[in-house]
Design a protein. Structure first.
Length: 199
């Protein structure tokens, strides 16, 4: 099964996924975790250039095009091979990140969806959610912020789109403004229930 964990910057996706993997592996599941931007050359370009706050990006479509190109490479080069080997694959960020972040930049959802014609949706998409003030407080402790992490109003728009799409497509939304153990337990139950349905 292929699971995508989504949410705005600073909501705790990496921390939750690390704890979740241990919990699932302790139960005997073979788990592969990954993240976007990926470790592919396109993903490294995004991390090293596109996400730097002082990068001169002449049009917001560049973000969408590069993130989607990285996603196609990520899915067919990394995710699908692990799914074919029988792993439970969990990715930090996937399709909904582009739809929310680049949607918040003003790009039309129809065009963003069309860009994803060549990648399948995840089997389960989970949104981690917390108030913007909470994530801004968490982000303030980071040494270097990325371009999307410096604007509170922008993060609010991203959160709005994520929650709206969660409502439209029935994605489970988990309150991430709680003790880590509680958040991990909730995500764990969602994944276990989904695995039982496909068993």
């Amino acid at each position: 099964m292929f699971v995508a964990i989504e949410g705005i910057d600073g909501v705790g996706k990496s921390t939750v996924i690390t704890a979740l993997r241990k919990k699932l592996e302790n139960d005997g599941y073979r788990v592969y975790t990954t993240a976007e931007p990926s470790q592919s050359p396109i993903g490294r370009l995004i991390r090293d250039w596109l996400l730097k706050p002082r990068t001169n990006v002449v049009h917001s479509s560049i973000y969408a095009l590069l993130f989607t190109a990285d996603r196609v490479q990520h899915y067919y080069g990394e995710i699908k091979p692990m799914l074919d080997k029988g792993y439970l694959v969990i990715t930090e960020r996937y399709m909904e990140s582009t739809l929310a972040y680049q949607g918040a930049m003003g790009l039309p959802q129809e065009w963003l969806m069309e860009l994803h014609r060549f990648v399948p949706k995840s089997d389960l998409t989970i949104i981690l959610d917390a108030p913007v003030d909470t994530v801004v407080s968490r982000l303030s402790s980071r040494r270097e912020l990325e371009v999307f992490e410096v604007d509170k109003e922008f993060l609010s728009r991203v959160r709005e789109i994520l929650l709206r799409r969660a409502s439209m497509y029935n994605y489970p939304v988990i309150n991430a403004d709680r003790e880590l153990r509680l958040v991990v337990d909730d995500v764990y139950r969602l994944i276990i229930n989904a695995l039982r349905r496909v068993a």
